[in-house]
Design a binder for this molecule. Sequence first.
Ligand SMILES: Nc1ncnc2c1ncn2[C@@H]1O[C@H](COP(=O)(O)OP(=O)(O)OP(=O)(O)O)[C@@H](O)[C@H]1O
Length: 613
Amino acid sequence: MDSEQLPIAEKRLLNAPVETLSWSGLTVTVKEGKTGQPKTLVDNVEGIMQAGECCAVMGPSGCGKTTFLNVLAQRPIKAAHITGQVLVNGAELPINVFRHVTSFAQDHDIFIGALNVRETLHFASRLVGIPRGGEAEARIDTLLESFGLVGLATLRVGTGISHGQKRRLTVAKQLVTGPGILFLDEPTSGLDSVASCHVVSYLKQLAKRTGLIVVCSIHQPSTSTFNLFDKLLLLSAGKPHYFGPISQLVDYYASIGVTVPERANPADFLLELVNTDFSQAQNEAAASERERVAELASRWDSSVFRQQVAAAVTASVKPALGLAPLGAGSKPPFLARLAVLTHRSFIKSYRDGLAYTLRLAMYAALGLLAGTVWLQMDRDQDSIQLLTNALLVSCGFMSFMAVTYVPAFIEDYRQFRLDHRNGLYGPGSFLLSNFIVGIPYLFLFSAAFSVLFYWLGGCRQSAGTFFTWVSWLYLDLLAAEGIVILSVSIIPNFVGALVVTALLNVIAFATAGTLVPPAQLNAFYKYAFYYWNSQGYVFQGMMVTQFAGETYSCGTGCQCRYASLPDQCHIAGETVLDQYGVSTADQGRNVGIVLSIILGYRLAAWALLKMRR
Ligand SMILES: Nc1ncnc2c1ncn2[C@@H]1O[C@H](COP(=O)(O)OP(=O)(O)OP(=O)(O)O)[C@@H](O)[C@H]1O
């Protein structure tokens, strides 16, 4: 279709570059958990789609639809051996180009819950470089209307909308980015039959108008929804039973002696025809049922219809020259994506209480608690140990409590993974935007804790030492948040990340050189943890703020527990610092080391996310 004839909202959706999507020999094998035996989940599937076509992938539950879609969409799946080819315009595409022209919506919804419905579409459209204003708004309005979401536009996704509405928003979000090929895993699950029909009908019309190719798995469509699709791929136990136009389905089954009843829902009939889920028993009836379904698969395999599909797939293969229009070049520049992501994270930061607000209250409460426990310490030698303990607990607890950031960051991580696989942005812009938004909040946390603790505890009364103290705690929090981000990157689930974060913090606390002097740490802990332990450097920095240039009275009787100043009943703060091996001269270097540690955690997380496809 000519782009001039399309409504403004659909102009960018015009899919000029993608003409065909074909796949052949797609086979997925995994090792079965208990036996270790290979198990084929998808067995030698082939097919071809032309621009503007919609294909339904159907089959009984567990037949391999999701696995097939993941492999077709070139998304990673666990522990699988994959063979076969997926071609766009007759050629294999580099993964970044493939992601640029395709979009994949999983069978579960992933959103930033703090955004509302309109904002969700708005940010997705900005991430692919559609400028704000007329065209973007027209497109978002059209999608909201087409998916029955107009009345929900200002509701927050996390709290205000139902499962079925989220499903529709998921499909709309994929469309707003203007892919050439759209893979949808069960886009109609949770929708009633009318809503399902609306969604599929809109997809079909859009595909016809713009040339979009849609491949979607669907469980049990009504007759009217089923008939909207152009093509059908029918699977059972991973094997293909039919691929081709819906209009040829009756002819194909007639050719193998099966009559598709005219009045019944064809989807129901086919699912019943190829279902073996309830024929797993070791009796004769079940065995003959399994044989019957296996026979149907082999009839497809040797059919003329299948040979025609194979011939069409072979004919579609073209030299790589045909790829020129599919370059991955039209992505917005790094800084533009960073700005959009920072804006998105900023909105989340003040709307999602879990992200920062609750933590601010928690750090203030911690400051109040610690300040009242260590209330108004004196300047005598008894308070030296008390103050040292207070500093140790302050920097340790501040680090520990960063664990409360895990849930909020996991949500961001899941969104990142989905968006990254859809070619929207990479780990660099994701982690940097997260860091930028955290900067002011983490400063607020350290200030909130310090204001309360510092004055209640009677720490050293000077603006300079107070601000140096706050700065050290700030560095402590930046490093602790880096640990959270690294932990989620290592194990991206709630419990796993919690365990890794807690473990890393405990190790850091124990090997900071404060509880056990560095000379007594064994070589492993010394080299693996002590030298790059931010808690240790922060503790030293905070010790210097309190002890350097300060003196402590030995009290009546002049029984000094540390070496006293000559001819005085006072202990110099430097003597205490010496006891802990803290040098005032090292402070600049220590700041540099902690900054490197902060950077190191983020770089390690970036490398992990980069390695993960
Ligand atoms: N990594 C794996 N290791 C072993 N078996 C797996 C693995 N992944 C999936 N399976 C099995 O492969 C089969 C196909 O799973 P898949 O999720 O693709 O089916 P499905 O047709 O999408 O199912 P449903 O319609 O219920 O969502 C199932 O029997 C599942 O248990």
